[in-house]
Design a protein. Structure first.
Length: 91
């Protein structure tokens, strides 16, 4: 009697492949494409100056601060509403 895997066409033992073989195949594929995803041209160098990168980083810090302030204000408002409802219900 055959096992259930054989009756369904499932291979009982996997084909041995080492991680090195897979890594080499991936490297060869990347070299062919120039490290770009399939169907896309190779990436060019970024067209930003060091000053522009600094501005981006500064803007990110400011945006992060704004997000933290908004989250804190939403939390505070929720805590205030929760406290108000708790006081009203207990009186």
């Amino acid at each position: 009697m055959s096992s259930s895997s054989e009756s369904h066409g499932v291979q009982a033992t996997p084909i041995p492949a080492t991680a090195l073989d897979i890594h080499e195949a991936n490297q060869a594929e990347e070299q062919e494409r120039g490290h770009a995803p399939a169907g896309y041209p190779p990436a060019e160098d970024p067209h930003f100056t060091d000053q522009e990168w600094k501005e981006f980083q500064d803007d990110d810090v400011k945006a992060g601060g704004a997000v933290v302030c908004l989250m804190a204000s939403i939390f505070s408002l929720g805590l205030l509403l929760y406290t108000t409802v708790a006081i009203i219900v207990n009186t």
